[in-house]
Write a protein that binds this ligand. Structure first.
Ligand code: ATP
Ligand code: ZN
Length: 283
């Protein structure tokens, strides 16, 4: 059995459960229980506050946990990041009032900065040889300058709309963060095996999201050009069409190159291009 810690409620909760579901692991947390067991995978979930997850994994109350890098680095717990999960993206930034003149880090000298991330902020200030006073608060950091509690703030930002609403501007990014799967350093052999199996599934889900399956028809004299463009997982599949001189080509394309590839395929006379999502991709 592998024990996994998941945020009880909040920004990472739904996506953590969704990821496990896409891995074929259903956890029933219908009644907001503290614990749930998967029906078809040796996994037991504990639902906790995100701030507590690194400690629980460090103490091996849970073997692994899903938590934001920001929380992990703030607590400084020695646990291993085993996979970056690609959701819960945000950045830890310093923001100052929109009206403040800001030319560089040195302008933070002597200011009072409100934050819930005093460890990461202190390290950033030290690294940049800035002397500022840190005022630690646990929530609603963005209102601190408006009520005269601090001159600036250091908080998590995603779109920046909260800062904007509060008349603040983002001036320094301290950390880029996303949700990660982190593991205790001393897993037993059996737990390690289950984790490896879980990682295989997570990577299959992530790869599938990043790639599309693509099918098209093209004249045979363009096959060489098209094959050079479409590496596929090994190489593209080519099937002759009933109409001579034509073939059907099937392959996998990474979403980053997608539009670029489509444009070039059109140039190589490909037609009837079909693009379909991939559910799982196991290399
Ligand atoms: P808990 O009750 O578990 O302590 P919380 O209020 O501390 O929850 P949430 O606001 O649910 O935490 O955020 C959880 C994580 O989501 C953050 O630690 C961060 O990694 C990530 N996150 C992504 N975008 C944002 C954002 N715009 N603001 C805050 N957190 C974000
Ligand atoms: Zn929290």
């Amino acid at each position: 059995m592998l024990k996994i810690a998941i945020q009880k409620s909040g920004r990472l909760h739904d996506q953590s459960l969704q990821l496990l579901k896409e891995c074929g692991i259903e956890l029933n947390n219908g009644n907001r229980q503290l614990k749930a067991t998967a029906a078809d995978f040796p996994l037991e979930a504990y639902f906790l506050r995100d701030d507590d997850i690194p400690q629980y994994v460090f103490d091996k109350v849970a073997d692994v946990g899903i938590v934001g890098e920001n929380v992990l680095y703030e607590t400084g717990k020695e646990i291993d990041i085993v996979n970056k999960l690609g959701f819960g993206r945000c950045r830890l930034s310093v923001a100052v009032p929109g009206s403040m003149k800001y030319e560089g880090i040195k302008d933070l000298d002597g200011l009072k900065i409100a934050t819930s991330y005093s460890t990461l902020l202190q390290k950033f200030l030290d690294d940049n040889k800035v002397k500022a006073e840190i005022h630690e608060i646990s929530g609603s950091v963005e209102i601190a300058p408006g009520i005269g509690l601090a001159h600036a703030i250091c908080d998590l930002v995603s779109s920046g709309s909260t800062l904007f609403t509060n008349g603040l501007k983002e001036v320094e990014v301290i950390l880029n963060s996303e949700a990660v799967l982190a593991a205790n350093k001393n897993l037993l052999q059996e737990e390690r095996k289950i984790l490896d199996n879980l990682l295989l599934r997570i990577n299959a889900v992530k790869a599938a999201k990043k790639n599309k399956y693509i099918m098209m028809n093209a004249p045979d004299y363009q096959l060489k050009n098209i094959c050079a463009l479409l590496p596929g997982m090994k190489s593209p599949t080519i099937v002759p069409l009933a109409e001579s001189g034509w073939s059907s080509i099937q392959s996998v394309v990474n979403e980053n190159d997608f539009w670029d590839v489509i444009e070039k395929l059109k140039g190589f006379e490909a037609e009837g291009i079909l693009v379909v999502p991939i559910e799982k991709m196991i290399s």
